[in-house]
Design a protein. Structure first.
Length: 746
């Protein structure tokens, strides 16, 4: 009888089959009639009941195997400290792994993200490591979509897409482009201690909780309490159509090589703007190689401790030793994310070149044992810090305190950089000098001005006489509308008067403010029939800064043109940086000399012996379109197809295609001459070839000389024979008699 006895259900929860339950009840009633019946059947019902009780106890002890249990299941998962991710402008790193190109993006994707330039470097199978993307601005979205539009992707995969990336994908599907998502990082918050961290979810292995919109409860890495996802799962997990179903072996090897967390050198150096940024990652201690970090520094330096997860006493002493012995070449050091111990050391040592922009302190809840590190901007929060009313930015609503608030107050008073000091500074009179393109005109009296609004004079590029900064309510050619981008009107006639003297407060952008005007955030825009380009430059004088700003605006125009002008030859791709890019920009400047860039408006900042300038230039949009059209057309002539090289390389015409009857030459060869006449533009080829070919006798040959890697190659194009009009034509020549064929050729 035991062989055909059914195994009873032990949970009674959801998922139990009602028919099984009915069978169990009927059978136990039949067995438990009386003692005599038990003796007859040989079944001990009491022992059977005890076994059920034991089984129930074993099952309910483990909530993971008990569907009816209300005890939450807390998973031990790998976590990421998202608070340590960089919050500067995005940086990229590209490397090859097998058949894949792996691009790692860190920081904030904003208006500085050169999407088009980056997209041209992405070909084939690409893996995007997006773990440390902290934020994506509206300008960043546009640059990102331009990157995807330019890139030629055979396969694209997002690995550990950060919350910032996921939020964009859920709002706009084209943000993902052709890519599929291998994994994401979900934001988590601990209600017990206030810790915030990220938990990776893989599309293939974590498909059930993601598609069920049921995020896992994860053990907090700091206090081990149960933490929950800090997002609406119905919104954050709405990625079903872009989730990867399976992972190929090749991709699995690449992801394994990437690792389970971002990897950084303990010390990273980078040039950001005109400053050298030294970033410390991980622990800063007595073992840190400070000499390597501070060796060879000069000019303006930023020491970034925001990504350091620990700075012990020996680390503080090592930093102080370097900061108090700076070489003469270092003009200024700005510390970001300084811990309280370092603040105390700097206040005690008072190094004259070292200042603090932000501090990393611990905030604590007064009613619960919750704490977390917060980054405090000393300039932004200086009023509340000085008054003792500073409220930290924390995820809980309980009243909070900050460790070392008195140190912050003293740091605000003594360690803010000079251009951030609240003490008013008298205005400095600065003579704005002309750009280097043209000599400065003779001096003349400055026009009248009032104190309402700082305005700028737009002048024609033909004169390019001055960098004009006026104090006036109405400027020439520019109308300001609050924070909106300025509307460019008809440029005035060139002004022969010299640049007037402008009142510019040190460390402030004209016409007043800590930040450049809002129009400077849009590098390329269109206003009516004009294309607007913004350039940012700096130098030791106004002419130097003006030249640098115009060159930066021209570089933006180069990137704008390069999206429309493509080339089939790899050696003509637009260089991204270095001397090659400088040569490309010089060639482009020569090619665009007739486009007439006109300065529309400017803003300037003077900081000591350094002048920083933001200029907006206007150029006729139809002229740019016509310029681009000249480089997108090709010329077909008697079996050969030629096109002109892009405007960022030396002028030349290259062979793109040829018919099989054209001998000796191959695609990529550079045209040198037509019938002995030198040719370096497509228009010159069209005119010369048509003229020479028209003068050939029937059967004559037009010789074309090409260059292939410094070696001359030649080919000829023949003019067909024409029948003599005086010679009678045989009937067979005019109407050939059809001949029967045995086979028909397809």
């Amino acid at each position: 009888m035991s062989g055909d006895r059914e195994k009873p259900s032990t949970t009674g929860g959801e998922g139990q089959n009602p028919s099984d339950e009915l069978t169990l009840v009927q059978r136990t009633e039949a067995l438990a009639l009386d003692d005599d019946s038990q003796a007859d059947t040989g079944f001990d019902y009491a022992k059977f009941e005890e076994s059920l009780d034991d089984l129930d106890a074993e099952t309910t002890d483990d909530p993971a195997t008990d569907p009816g249990s209300t005890i939450p299941i807390v998973h031990e998962r790998f976590t990421l400290d998202t608070r340590r991710f960089p919050k500067d402008d995005a940086t990229t790193d590209i490397r090859e792994l097998g058949d894949y190109t792996v691009i790692t993006i860190r920081g904030r994707i904003n208006e500085s993200f050169e999407g088009q330039e980056l997209g041209r470097r992405l070909r084939g199978r690409v893996v995007f490591d997006l773990t440390e993307v902290d934020r994506v601005t509206s300008f960043g979205v546009r640059a990102w979509l331009q990157m995807l539009d330019v890139a030629r992707l055979k396969e694209a995969v997002f690995v550990r897409a950060s919350p910032a990336i996921v939020n964009q994908v859920t709002m706009m599907r084209n943000f993902c482009g052709p890519a599929t998502i291998h994994s994401i990082v979900a934001p988590y918050a601990c209600g017990a201690c206030g810790a915030e961290f990220g938990v990776p979810y893989e599309a293939a292995t974590d498909r059930t909780p993601m598609r069920a919109r049921n995020p896992l409860k994860v053990a907090c890495p700091e206090c081990h309490a149960s933490a929950e996802m800090d997002e609406d799962p119905w919104v954050f997990f709405a990625l079903d159509e872009v989730l990867m179903e399976t992972v190929s072996p090749d991709l699995a090897r690449v992801i394994q090589n990437i690792g389970d967390r971002p990897r950084h050198a303990p010390i990273e150096k980078a040039i950001v703007g005109d400053a050298t940024r030294v970033r410390f990652n991980g622990s800063v201690s007595g073992d840190t190689r400070f000499q390597r970090a501070f060796g060879g520094l000069e000019g303006h330096v930023t020491v970034d401790l925001r990504t350091a997860n620990e700075v012990d006493n020996e680390g503080v002493n090592g930093l102080l030793d370097q900061l108090t012995r700076l070489p003469q070449e270092v003009k200024q050091v700005i510390v970001e994310g300084a811990p309280p111990a370092l603040l105390r050391g700097l206040l005690s040592a008072s190094p004259r070149k070292v200042f603090v922009a932000s501090a990393l302190v611990t905030a604590r809840a007064t009613s619960r044992p919750m704490h977390r590190e917060v980054l405090v901007d000393l300039k932004r929060d200086r009023a509340s810090i000085t008054a003792g009313t500073f409220v930290p930015d924390v995820p809980w609503t309980d009243p909070s305190t900050v460790d070392g608030l008195e140190v912050l107050a003293e740091a605000v008073a003594r360690l803010l950089p000079p251009d951030k000091q609240p003490t008013p500074v008298p205005a400095q009179r600065v003579q704005a000098a002309p750009p280097a393109q043209t000599p400065a005109p003779a001096p003349a009296p400055a026009p009248a001005a009032n104190n309402n609004t700082m305005m700028l004079v737009g002048v024609g590029v033909v004169s390019l006489a001055v960098v004009a900064l006026l104090l006036g309510s109405v400027g020439l050619g520019v109308v300001f509308g609050g924070d909106d981008m300025a509307k460019v009107t008809q440029a005035p006639a060139p002004i022969e008067a010299p640049a007037p003297v402008a009142e510019v407060a040190p460390g402030q952008w004209s016409p007043g403010g800590a930040l450049p005007p809002s129009w400077s955030e849009i590098g390329v825009s269109k206003n009516g029939d004009q294309l607007l380009l913004v350039g940012h430059g700096a130098g030791s004088s106004a002419p130097d800064a003006s030249v640098a700003a115009r060159r930066a605006a021209l570089d933006r125009l180069l990137l704008h043109v390069s999206t429309a002008v493509t080339t089939p030859f790899e050696d003509e791709a637009l260089p991204s940086e270095g001397p090659e890019r400088e040569r490309a920009l010089a060639a482009f400047e020569l090619a665009t000399s007739a486009l007439n860039l006109t300065r529309a408006q400017e803003s300037v900042k003077i900081d000591g012996d350094r002048v920083e300038l933001v200029s907006q230039y206007a150029v006729d949009a139809s002229a740019v379109d016509a310029f681009v059209a000249g480089y997108t057309r090709s010329s077909e002539f008697r079996g050969i197809v030629l096109r002109e090289s892009p405007p960022w390389v030396a002028p030349r015409v290259r062979l793109v295609e040829r018919e099989s009857f054209i001998r000796n030459v191959a695609p990529g060869d550079r045209l040198v001459s037509v019938a002995g006449r030198a040719v370096d533009t497509l228009a010159a080829f069209d005119a010369t070839a048509a003229e020479v070919f028209a003068g050939l006798e029937p059967g004559g040959a037009l010789s074309l000389e090409f260059d292939r890697d410094g070696r001359p190659v030649q080919t000829s194009v023949y003019k067909p024979n024409r029948p003599n009009p005086d010679r009678p034509v045989a009937p067979s020549q005019t109407a050939p008699v059809p001949r029967p064929t045995l086979f028909k050729k397809d």
